[in-house]
Design a protein around this ligand. Structure first.
Ligand code: NDP
Length: 249
């Protein structure tokens, strides 16, 4: 992937950080997008130490202007944009009766609206990259979830965002294939990250009870799936990957 440029949202931790490392290891220059600059800086230093290229792009992508600027900065400072990984997301579990409307808004704002703003800003650059790169292809990879296929109590709005993301991905895939921009979705099962740390004590305990006894995936397992998708030759389009822990039903 030498010469390619990737932008990863939610790159400061978890699946996003692992994906950034993976793509940098493949030779891509990576724009690291998230809010926590200190985490991003440490990751960028680590990538650079391993002879990779990374740029810190501090942004709260739920702010439309910052989402747009994150894409523009990547294009201007790294020269192009070949791969967009829409990874940033939040899962706030709870029943309709006990969840606040602010929690529902937070999920829609990050998992849906922010993703749309970043994608909309990125599409022209991805089309340009596909037309001009030696690989003749560009990629969008959306990180959904098994919650995009299976609905559960306490997960209604998280389900809404991830079921919706799957539909958005499929429509966009059909729109952009003539432009040689592949659009894929990866649906992880349980992955050991900070995702559950955003929950209150009761919801966290309930979530842990649901997945108790399962050895979770590591973030690097999902980074592997994303790395596989974007390193395929142009003739191969991996539309969807569902990756669960071996023990998860
Ligand atoms: P983490 O909570 O570990 O990481 C979330 C990332 O998103 C962080 O880097 C965070 O960085 C970033 N982020 C949060 N809010 C914003 C914002 N407003 N603007 C920019 N970046 C933001 O979660 P995971 O790595 O687990 O989750 C990544 C994706 O994987 C999500 O879409 C999630 O739904 C999905 N997923 C996760 C599963 C799991 O079991 N962990 C299972 C299935 C899907 P910062 O706080 O610095 O902004």
């Amino acid at each position: 992937m030498d010469g390619a440029v990737a932008l990863v949202t939610g790159a400061s931790r978890g699946i996003g950080a692992a994906t950034a490392r993976r793509l940098a290891g493949e030779g891509a220059a990576v724009a690291l997008v998230a809010r926590r600059r200190d985490h991003l800086r440490r990751l960028a230093e680590d990538i650079t130490r391993r002879d990779g290229r990374a740029r810190v792009v501090e942004a709260d992508i739920t702010e439309p202007e910052q989402a747009y600027q994150a894409v523009q900065e990547t294009r201007e400072k790294l020269g192009r944009l070949d791969i967009l990984v829409n990874n940033a997301g939040v899962m706030l579990l709870g029943t309709a009766l006990h969840t606040t409307i602010e929690e529902w808004d937070r999920m829609v704002s990050l998992n849906v609206s922010a993703l749309l703003h970043v994608t909309h800003a990125a599409v022209p650059h991805l089309i340009d990259a596909a037309a001009t790169s030696p690989r003749q292809v560009a990629d969008i990879v959306n990180v959904s979830s098994t919650a995009g296929r299976v609905a559960r109590p306490s997960s209604s709005v998280y389900n809404l965002t991830k079921f919706g993301l799957n539909g958005f991905t499929e429509a966009l895939r059909q729109e952009l294939l003539v432009e040689r921009v592949r659009v894929s979705v990866v649906g992880p099962g349980t992955v050991q990250t900070e995702l559950l740390d955003h929950l209150g004590e009761a919801a966290r305990t309930a979530a842990l009870r649901q997945v108790g006894g399962i050895e979770p995936l590591q973030a690097a397992d999902i980074a592997d799936a994303i790395g596989y998708i974007v390193t395929r030759e142009r003739r191969v389009a991996v539309n969807e990957m569902l990756v669960r822990p071996g023990d998860q039903t």
